[in-house]
Design a protein around this ligand. Structure first.
Ligand SMILES: [Zn+2]
Length: 161
């Protein structure tokens, strides 16, 4: 993806207030990231690890989503699959919940999805980060990237529906 700047990311949040978007944690090392290896930027707030965020360019538009870890870790299967990159982890997948955009979100409605806990889907898809569990898939890296982006777009569509 193309490099993003902090103001660009802050102004792209779809499901939190402008005040929250101004205050929330954005990585400081944006200029040092290998953006070419990213289909979306995912990060957590080091001060509040239950808060996660992602930013992507979809259909030429920058979008960012605020997420919360669900506290429901106890009933998670030990091995789970990320709903974005379809990587199977032994313990590295979290249920993240996004408030819906607009009025529906203010009324407490949200949508959840299992995602790689470190939000590094792009690196797993490219084989740049190891998962420990190897499942044979006949897809090429290109196909896996396309699938990840399609899954992400579907998730963003649910948040903004
Ligand atoms: Zn993933």
């Amino acid at each position: 993806m193309k490099p993003m700047t902090e103001p660009q990311i802050r102004s792209a949040f779809l499901n939190c207030s402008k005040g929250e978007a101004k205050r929330l944690h954005v990585p400081r090392n944006l200029s040092e990231l290998d953006w070419e290896d990213l289909d979306f930027l995912g990060w957590r707030d080091p001060q509040a690890p239950d808060r996660a965020y992602l930013a992507a360019e979809l259909d030429g538009r920058t979008v960012a989503i605020a997420l919360r870890s669900s506290g429901a870790a106890s009933w998670q299967a030990r091995r789970s699959i990320c709903s974005l990159c379809v990587t199977t982890h032994s313990g590295g997948v979290s249920l993240l919940v996004a408030p819906l955009a607009g009025k529906a979100g203010k009324q407490g409605n949200s949508v959840g999805a299992y995602m790689c806990t470190d939000l590094a889907c792009s690196l797993y898809v490219r084989g740049k980060r190891d998962v420990g569990v190897k499942l044979h898939e006949s897809l090429t890296t290109e196909e896996k990237i396309r699938r990840t982006v399609a899954n992400l777009a579907a998730f963003v569509a649910k948040v903004t529906a």
